[in-house]
Design a protein around this ligand. Structure first.
Ligand SMILES: CC(=O)N[C@H]1[C@@H](OP(=O)(O)OP(=O)(O)OC[C@H]2O[C@@H](n3ccc(=O)[nH]c3=O)[C@H](O)[C@@H]2O)O[C@H](CO)[C@@H](O)[C@@H]1O[C@H](C)C(=O)N[C@@H](C)C(=O)N[C@@H](CCC(=O)O)C(=O)O
Ligand SMILES: Nc1ncnc2c1ncn2[C@@H]1O[C@H](COP(=O)(O)OP(=O)(O)OP(=O)(O)O)[C@@H](O)[C@H]1O
Length: 452
């Protein structure tokens, strides 16, 4: 960094400098820079990956990963100009990237008082035929399943296990918690290494713009490259229906904290992969038909994981302090998961997971109000829709074991009477939706849930 001064408002250009994959070490190297500043190099390690059997598809997937993962670095200065010094993307790829950088950074922009709409335009070659299909590679019929240490991916794992699917569980980055949960499934695992450039952390110290990024888009691109390297024909995520809902809508903007977990991103990425990378490589979310409540109802049955999993995102920090226990009990995700599991679990078992009864803590009233969008917007976190939280609280208000707890009692006395009658029924929220892109072999999975 010597001889180069970073001023976040003084940067003109973000450069995609190079992207290489070294088959001997299984390491991808993604290089970026601002103006004539230092290289920012991110590395992704694919342990034990065999020499690429499909080098052209691997090269395409590597380019896509380079372009998507740039979002972590671009955000540090959000300059007006983007230069791609590697292969310039075609129109369809550039359109996806524009969306990842504008919609995926919408929360970042909102919270920093920025507006990226109309400000991001990836360079693109002249438009290719929209109907182009990439060649089929005869990839083996097996699934690479993303695992995050929480309830969602474990529900998928158990659904796929019940179908006898050949699968490997995979996660990006070092996480003892995810490793322990993955080991508990007894299934084959693959931990992919990821190291962000230390230059980014230095820029953060020097006052770079910082905030939320669409991390699922990055993990998805990493897993697609992994599928080609190790030989899988499906990359399976566990993003639920509720992830597509906005966190807030204000001043003509739609901000979704979970944008890259949403259906619009899933569809766009899946069709780009079929068109440009491999016709037989599927990317989809198995849980897309389900609400968060439908997922927690399923997860409640899998008690073998209850003392191992965690949905608390504070566990997954690279730099920041991690909670001493698996659940910090103080973040919106802890609050939401407690509430969403409560209608489906025995109370002592749920309290044993969290170490205390969060619904009996009056100090948390404001936090639970945000979950039900009561005089507040939903928190910027991976939580279900307000209708789900309201329905869960209404259900608990009618249960002898819960109704005396401070926050349930308060909800029943002060809030419930002001809510529209008929809006609190849980049954419609538990019914699987029809907006999904599941391969036909999985359609039957949700018939069973429908009947439950
Ligand atoms: C774990 C977590 O929630 N981290 C968010 C937190 O970051 P923090 O500063 O507390 O610590 P670190 O995670 O260690 O990050 C250090 C710095 O690195 C930047 N960074 C990190 C990863 C990356 O891929 N790119 C990066 O640029 C980060 O900005 C830090 O400066 O707050 C940050 C600022 O708001 C968030 O960016 C961190 O979020 C992580 C990228 C992360 O993995 N978050 C997931 C748990 C998450 O938010 N998942 C969403 C899915 C959203 C989506 O559309 O994909 C969810 O579950 O809803
Ligand atoms: N480190 C990671 N590497 C790869 N995929 C991940 C990682 N962390 C999360 N995911 C995947 O991203 C998606 C969204 O993560 P999310 O945290 O919502 O899921 P989860 O951990 O399975 O469940 P929960 O909602 O209880 O946290 C899931 O498909 C999850 O498997």
């Amino acid at each position: 960094m010597s001889g180069w001064t970073f001023r976040r408002d003084g940067i003109g250009t973000f450069r995609f400098v190079s992207a290489t994959y070294d088959a001997a070490t299984g390491q991808a190297r993604l290089e970026y820079a601002f103006d004539d500043g230092p290289s920012m190099v991110e590395t992704i390690r694919f342990p034990g990956a065999p020499a690429p059997a499909h080098p052209q598809a691997v090269e395409k997937a590597l380019q896509l990963l380079h372009l998507i993962a740039g979002v972590s670095y671009f955000k540090a200065a959000v300059p007006a100009r983007i230069v791609v010094e590697t292969a310039v993307p075609d129109a369809a790829t550039a359109a996806l990237l524009d969306a990842v950088y504008v919609e995926g950074l919408a929360e970042f922009a909102w919270r920093n008082g920025l507006d990226l709409r109309g400000r991001i335009a990836f360079p693109r070659t002249v438009a290719e035929d929209a109907g182009t299909t990439a060649p089929a590679l005869a990839l083996p019929r097996r699934s690479l399943v993303a695992i995050g240490g929480g309830k969602d991916s474990l529900v998928s794992v158990e659904m796929l296990r019940a179908l006898g699917e050949d699968m490997t569980l995979t996660w990006v980055g070092e996480s003892p918690l995810i490793a322990a949960v993955a080991a508990h499934t007894g299934l084959p695992t693959l931990n992919i290494g990821r190291a962000l450039s230390p230059v980014l952390f230095e820029l953060n110290r020097q006052g770079a713009w910082n905030g939320h990024i669409p991390v699922t888009a990055i993990n998805s691109a990493i897993l697609l490259l992994a599928a080609l390297l190790y030989g899988f024909d499906s990359v399976v995520f566990s993003n639920e229906q509720s992830a597509s809902a906005a966190t807030l809508e204000a001043e003509g903007r739609v901000v979704n904290h979970q944008w890259s977990k949403g259906f619009a991103f899933e569809r766009a990425l899946a069709s780009l992969v079929h068109a440009r990378i491999a016709a037989d490589l599927d990317y989809f979310s198995l849980l897309r038909p389900l609400s968060e409540l439908a997922v927690t109802r399923e997860f409640a049955r899998h008690s073998q994981y209850h003392q191992h999993f965690s949905s608390c995102n504070r566990n997954f920090r690279i730099l920041g302090a991690k909670p001493r226990e698996r659940w910090c009990g103080a973040c919106p995700k802890c609050h939401f998961v407690f509430l969403a599991l409560a209608p489906f679990m025995a109370k002592p078992a749920l309290v044993a997971i969290f170490g205390r009864n969060l619904l009996d803590d009056p100090e948390l009233a404001g936090d639970f109000d945000a979950l039900i969008e009561w005089q507040a917007h939903k928190p910027f976190e991976c939580v279900g829709e307000a209708a789900e939280s309201r329905a869960a609280l209404a259900a608990l208000a009618g249960r002898a074991e819960w109704k005396e707890d401070a926050l349930v009692r308060r909800f029943a006395a002060e809030i419930l009477p002001q809510l529209p009658p008929g809006s609190l029924d849980m049954a419609p929220l538990l019914r699987p939706g029809t907006d999904h892109a599941l391969p036909s072999r999985y359609q039957g999975l949700f018939d069973a849930i429908q009947r439950a």
